[in-house]
Design a protein around this ligand. Structure first.
Ligand code: ADP
Ligand code: MG
Length: 240
């Protein structure tokens, strides 16, 4: 089996869209409690790769192992039950519902209704939404909506959280809030992350290690310093 501290491992994971190879036999591993960033030029295959891990997409070939088990053929729902949680590029909160009502949606999957009020109080306090609990979520700022979505994902007590461009379109202040939040969750709850992000300062502020994807495969992996100073990485971003 896998190393005891390996949480997620892919083996020869492949995804083709017709003749296009979006994920090209990828062997990718993340340790328990690690905060990994996934970077790479547009079209490198980052979103496709995360969607294979969540089960939103079915691989053409290869395998995915998680927490000691093969999950390649499990449904998205079964993966969520095992602790894999995803926050998508487009916020998936319910704009017609209040903050409280949004938080009830994932709570219904994991808690007894008698616990809802207390769980919601803890969550809004932790995620800086206590003053907005009975406001419509459509009235929240973009940054508050992102925090609500992370709060909803955390309700399911994940061991691995996948985020696709969580700070795209946010102000610098909001970006720093999200960075603090991810680091805190990573430290206190021991949640591992795979975060796709273009903002390299954000990546530097959160990541333990960085994986660079290029043309569907791992181009290089390492610390942010080593990746940032790698002339070959600069070259692929410039499309040379
Ligand atoms: P990234 O997130 O790194 O920008 P994507 O994973 O979105 O890259 O896309 C990787 C490649 O796969 C691109 O060439 C893209 O056009 C292609 N692709 C992604 N999704 C689909 C799809 N559903 N059907 C066909 N091609 C797709
Ligand atoms: Mg993408």
């Amino acid at each position: 089996g896998a190393d005891t501290d390996t949480l997620l491992q892919t083996r020869d994971l492949r995804k083709q869209f017709g003749g296009l190879t979006a994920t090209d036999d990828v062997d990718f591993g993340v340790a328990e409690g690690e905060l990994r960033c996934l970077i790479g030029p547009n079209g490198a295959g980052k979103s496709t790769f995360l969607n294979l891990i969540t089960g939103q997409l079915e691989p053409t070939d290869g395998a995915i192992y998680y927490d000691g088990w093969e999950i390649t053929d499990l449904s998205s729902h079964e993966r969520v039950d095992r602790g894999i949680s995803m926050k998508f590029q487009v916020p998936s909160i319910y704009p017609g519902l209040t903050v409280r009502e949004n938080l009830r949606v994932p709570l219904q999957q994991v808690a007894d209704p008698s616990e809802f009020d207390e769980r919601i109080a803890i969550a809004v306090d932790r995620f800086g939404l206590a003053d907005h609990v009975d406001e419509s979520s459509s009235a929240l700022s973009h940054g508050q909506q992102q925090r609500l979505e992370i709060a909803m994902a955390m309700t399911l007590e994940p061991k691995l959280m996948l985020l696709d461009e969580p700070v795209a379109g946010l102000s610098l202040e909001e970006t720093e809030e999200i960075a603090d939040l991810l680091r805190t969750i990573n430290d206190e709850d021991d949640v591992a992350f795979i975060v796709i992000e273009h903002d390299i300062d954000f990546v530097e502020s959160i990541a333990d290690r960085v994986t660079v994807l290029h043309q569907g495969d791992i181009f290089t992996e390492g610390t942010i310093e080593s990746v940032r100073n790698d002339p070959d990485v600069r070259r692929i971003y410039l499309g040379e």
